[in-house]
Design a binder for this molecule. Structure first.
Ligand SMILES: [Fe+2]
Ligand SMILES: [Fe+2]
Length: 383
């Protein structure tokens, strides 16, 4: 029950205990008219039975009762922890001073002297009922609070799980879009999306091995697939030329780094900023002989330094129109020999440590069969 309901008589149970049938009927009728829930008993025994059955809020007890007198009944009520909070009004005769003193000593909460006015009775019942209801409320308060906290916690947990699910869905969707966008660029000269996926997962694995945070690993995983997005801006006669490129054509081909960065520039999304950086610098070389800017060593941002290894490694281990794939171990040797010239030597060290994982990724992402992207994402990122 909530506090506003405390004074409403319809929630108050009153027990009348009197052996005089007529008095019981008068009181019953009056209190019912006032809206109370009224019960009655004609002696102490019946009163005890009713008390345990209905748990009244207020008991109106006549002093003179057969078998168990009013004082004894009052004591029984007040000495029992289950019934101690019932408001007891003891009805005494006019000159029963000793009875009055004994009644108060027995724990009666109020005394009413015969004859009494019904409005006075009503006022006293109202006041005792209010106290009783407050006590009940306080007793239940702790429980109510605990239930409320538990309920809110459950609701919060549910919302949290829903948010996590939505976040996960958005993340998967983003990855899907990134792969598809990158595939569009790659399709013109690669015809499958497997290269960009392998570069993505190789890069993430290397990032993990050199100790980058899980957020950074995600960024490189999402950013790496777009490294050659700038190929969209390279004319077919250069991009798809079967023979070697002229110097002029090669200069145009190199433009794919700048075009890619341009396509991705100005985004508010973090992994697209990383993708922009990777697109721009993935052909830079550790010794400064790369393009487009000829940056050297640690002047080349970290993510493109990682992707550069993953990209070259995948190109070496994949069939190309002009040559067959190089054997895995030989490709690893080539990368190793380019540490300090083409590649960051520390990242090469990390790369060499994860040979087995790289083979696993390669076997999962073969050119001829591209697994469903969601299934793949889940397989490679179980968490
Ligand atoms: Fe490239
Ligand atoms: Fe590539």
């Amino acid at each position: 029950m909530f506090l506003p309901e405390i004074e409403n008589p319809k929630y108050v149970k009153v027990l009348i205990v009197d052996d005089d049938k007529k008095i019981r009927e008068i009181l019953e009728e009056f209190l019912k008219r006032e809206g109370y829930n009224v019960f009655s008993a004609s002696d102490g025994k019946e009163a005890l039975y009713q008390i345990h059955k209905i748990s009244p809020d207020v008991a109106l007890i006549d002093y003179l009762l057969p078998e168990i007198d009013g004082i004894s009944l009052c004591k029984l009520i007040k000495n029992n922890p289950d019934t101690i909070d019932i408001g007891v009004i003891l009805i005494t005769g006019l000159n029963d001073l000793e009875v009055k003193i004994n009644g108060l000593s027995a724990g009666a909460d109020d005394l009413l002297t015969k004859p009494f006015f019904l409005p006075e009775l009503k006022a006293r019942i109202k006041s005792l009922a209010k106290i009783k209801k407050y006590r009940d409320f306080l007793k239940n308060y702790q429980q109510i609070l605990e239930e409320e906290v538990e309920k809110k916690t459950r609701e919060l947990q549910k919302t949290y799980l829903e948010l996590q699910e939505t976040y996960q869905e958005i993340k998967e969707l983003s990855l899907e879009i990134v792969f598809r966008l990158a595939k569009a660029a790659e399709y013109r000269d690669e015809h499958t999306g497997a290269h960009i996926q392998r570069v993505s997962y190789y890069s993430a694995k290397i990032a993990e091995t050199i100790g980058l945070s899980s957020e950074e690993i995600e960024l490189i995983k999402y950013g790496a697939p777009l490294h050659d997005i700038g190929k969209l801006g390279i004319p077919d006669n250069i991009l798809l030329k079967p023979g070697s490129l002229t110097q002029k054509e090669w200069e145009i081909m190199k433009m794919h780094t700048l075009i890619g960065a341009n396509i991705l520039a100005g985004s508010k999304i973090k992994y697209l900023n990383v993708a922009e950086e990777i697109a721009l610098y993935h052909h830079e070389k550790w010794d400064g002989t790369g393009y487009p800017k000829g940056l050297k060593g640690e002047n080349i941002p970290l993510f493109p330094r990682i992707v550069a290894i993953a990209d070259v490694f995948d190109a070496l281990t994949t069939d190309r129109p002009y040559r067959k794939a190089i054997e895995f171990n030989i490709a690893i040797e080539i990368i190793k020999n380019k540490a300090g010239t083409h590649f960051d030597p520390e990242i090469v060290q990390a790369f060499l440590k994860i040979k087995d994982e790289l083979i696993e990724i390669k076997n999962l992402l073969k050119d001829e069969e591209i697994p469903h992207l969601f299934a793949l994402h889940k397989k490679l990122s179980p968490n």
